[in-house]
Design a protein around this ligand. Structure first.
Ligand code: NDP
Length: 330
């Protein structure tokens, strides 16, 4: 095991200004933990943008290594569950936020935070999926567990990271998928992922705003929240579910209780950060089985550690599309 490795290190100066640069650092700088991983790939998420920049309240201590997810190979382990050479994947647990994360060639974490990479999934594919895709799978599992109807399943924010993967998984499982997008130019992309219907964003937002509308959808994976989620609730089939994942369109929910009372609609909150081990393993195993890997490539853009300062700024401005996979050894 070599002692020195490259990492994207974010530092804060005395004036409180942060700066990010690729540095060579030693293994002794890694946090306490029972498993050391040779990281192969990580990804770029909105939270990473915050942590590469001023932190947005997520980073507790500087210097900091961001990267909220990673996949790689175990290099050393003090835990019986993992041995050198095992392939592993990590999402959540505030890694990359209040603990050093995946924007480095090495990471040290607690064994409880890891999941063995399922059969049939490479480390690169795992990070093409990443936190966004893992969350999409959790949302699909929640719909299946709590009620999904025979109508098309709506995916809001469909061209984004969560929405793209949710569309591909649902279509592969045989559901009709209606993708809601504010970008008409995304229609071909969404159709290639398996969407059977493209719904312009305004078609949902500009409905009558009555508490109940026609029961159009057999369920919904919602990455948008706000007004969009409020309108969708009134259009869900009786006894079916909405998996609420994000708030790209706002945190306020201007809805009534009527869809819950008169249609038995289930509103399911999805949190990818604190999922119990069994559920994480179940989701990653389902990803390997239910996500068509040929579709992943069309979502992915490659990057290196030195690209990250720019990508972090871009994602905060909403200028990154699809999934960015970071090869930390490139
Ligand atoms: P992206 O930025 O990749 O996608 C969000 C999509 O939402 C956009 O592509 C756009 O889709 C749509 N959108 C953006 N702004 C608006 C708006 N004002 N009104 C309507 N639609 C809008 O983000 P992700 O897919 O990675 O994440 C989506 C959300 O999920 C975020 O809020 C993120 O923080 C959250 N998240 C939550 C997790 C959890 O554990 N619960 C884990 C991961 C992410 P289009 O162009 O197609 O209209």
């Amino acid at each position: 095991m070599t002692d020195m490795f490259n990492a994207l290190v974010v530092e804060k100066d005395d004036a409180g200004k942060t700066s990010a640069s690729v540095q060579e650092i030693g293994l002794d700088r890694l946090p306490e933990g029972d498993v050391t991983v040779a990281v192969e790939y990580s990804t770029v998420n909105y939270k990473d943008g915050l942590c590469i920049g001023p932190g947005g309240g997520l980073v507790r201590n500087y210097p900091h290594v961001p990267g909220i997810d990673f996949a790689g190979t175990v290099e050393a382990s003090e835990d019986d569950r993992y041995k050198p050479g095992d392939k592993v994947v990590l999402t959540g647990w505030r890694v990359g936020e209040n603990r050093w994360g995946g924007y480095a060639q090495k990471a040290r974490v607690k064994a409880d935070m890891l999941v063995p990479l399922p059969e049939g999934l490479s480390t690169r594919q795992a990070m093409a999926v990443g936190t966004a895709g893992f969350t999409a799978m959790l949302a699909v599992m929640a719909l299946e567990d709590h009620g999904i109807g025979d109508g098309p399943v709506l995916v809001t924010g469909a061209a984004g990271g969560v929405g793209s993967v949710a569309t591909a998984i649902l279509a592969n499982l045989g559901y009709k998928v209606a993708g809601v997008t504010g970008r008409p130019e995304s229609a071909d992309y969404l159709t290639s992922l398996g969407a059977t219907q493209i719904v312009p964003r305004e078609d949902i937002n500009e409905t009558t705003k009555r508490p109940l509308e026609t029961e159009n959808w057999g369920g919904c994976v919602d990455a948008v929240g706000g007004e969009m989620l409020a309108r969708v609730l009134g259009q869900i089939q009786y006894g079916c579910s909405v998996a609420a994942v994000g708030l790209a369109g706002g945190a306020t929910l201007p809805a009534t209780v009527v869809p819950f009372l008169l249609r038995g609609v289930n509103l399911l909150g999805i949190d990818s950060v604190m999922q119990p081990y069994d559920n994480r393993l179940r989701a990653w195993t389902r990803i390997a089985k239910d996500l068509p890997m040929d579709k992943l490539d069309s979502m992915v853009r490659p990057a290196t550690l030195s690209d990250l300062p720019q990508l972090g700024a871009d994602i905060l401005k909403g200028q990154v599309q699809g999934r960015v996979v970071v090869d930390v050894n490139a």
